[in-house]
Design a protein around this ligand. Structure first.
Ligand code: NAP
Length: 303
């Protein structure tokens, strides 16, 4: 069993929850961050992607790396310069790790990386996407494809690698769910666009448990969809939130063109969506705690 784990982007939404779960499970954890703060627990090592710099001490004693770093795709409008940040924060960071693992003496046996379901086409109605499914040609799919290619380079070093194509992470501490909650809490919930676009989601705890599962199961390698077994349409999803909160849900659909006007190219993230299968990770033996949306929302919003 690996003991010491280095997490890039460990300060983020998934990283904080995963760090907590790993520490509770008896692992040692360190973070890599753009801001070094040696007094923090867990210990944090600095990197600077513009300088191609990673603290030379960062890999000491590390047996597994969990790669989560990447600039948010939802917090800022996608200007051309910010699109470059979104891409480079994933590609350059993973390439820097590849270079260090290639050159340095190290004990790393496992490399687990975030990826995203945005790699699949988002306009195919009920079509279900498996790991060998087609890739889209939009910006997010191109970023995700380039990111996965960097992870594949690490696999060529003989390190076991797992890529998790993550769906919308439902969390108590922010992310997509908190953005969806606000209008619904005000009684202004409505389907976005047609409302028929699928959302493939996962409860934050199940995602973190999936990373631990991949650490502990040496048979796991390659790409896995990290989504719950119950994808929902945008309309069904918003309705379920409204029901959990005892809020009305009656307003007409918000037209897609208005959302495009407000969000620009980013609108694709809410107007598009895909129905992604988790059969592969289930067949590998992973069991969800929150496989059903009502159970997940019950824990996150009520319990
Ligand atoms: N949350 C979701 O719904 C979801 C869905 C699919 C895929 N994912 C992917 O999973 C990963 C983790 O998600 P998350 O929600 O935890 O993300 P997050 O909260 O935005 O955190 C990502 C971390 O990446 C680091 N980072 C941010 N900008 C960076 C930059 N320009 N260069 C290098 N590092 C940067 C930050 O760490 P420091 O500030 O410490 O450097 C940050 O804490 C992301 O790569 C995301 O694309 C997330």
């Amino acid at each position: 069993m690996v003991k010491k784990i280095l997490i890039t982007g460990g300060t983020g939404l998934i990283g904080r929850k995963l760090t907590q779960l790993l520490l509770e499970s008896g692992y040692q954890v360190a973070h890599v961050s753009r801001s070094k703060n040696t007094s923090t627990n867990p210990p944090t090592f600095a990197w600077d992607l513009n300088e191609n710099y990673l603290d030379p001490e960062a890999l000491n004693g590390v047996e597994a790396i969990i790669n989560l770093a990447g600039a948010s795709v939802a917090d800022k409008k996608w200007s051309e310069s910010y699109k470059k940040v979104i891409l480079e924060s994933r590609v350059k960071s993973t390439n820097l790790l590849f270079e260090r693992l290639q050159k340095a003496d190290h004990q790393v046996k496992v490399f687990l990386s975030a990826s995203a379901v945005g790699i699949y086409p988002d306009d195919r109605g009920n079509q279900v996407f498996y790991e060998d499914g087609p890739h889209a040609t939009n910006f997010l799919a191109e970023v995700t494809g380039a990111w996965e290619q960097e992870v594949d380079k690490i696999a060529t070093l003989g390190i076991r690698t797992v890529k998790f194509r993550i769906g919308v992470v439902l969390s108590k501490s922010g992310g997509a769910l908190s953005k969806m909650l606000l209008p619904i809490k005000l009684g202004l919930g409505a389907p976005l666009g047609s409302g028929q676009q699928y959302m493939s989601w996962i409860h934050e705890l199940d995602l973190c448990r999936m990373f631990v599962f991949a650490l502990e199961n040496e048979n796991l390698k390659g790409v896995y969809n990290a989504v719950s077994p119950e994808a929902k349409t945008n309309d069904e999803f918003s309705k379920a939130i409204a029901k959990s909160l005892n809020k009305p849900y009656f307003l007409p659909n918000i037209p897609g063109f208005l959302i495009k006007l407000m969000m620009g190219e980013m609108a694709g993230m809410v107007l598009g969506g895909n129905n992604v299968s988790c059969k592969k990770i289930q067949n590998a033996g992973f069991q969800f705690k929150f496989g059903k949306l009502n159970a997940a929302l019950g824990e996150l919003l009520v319990g």
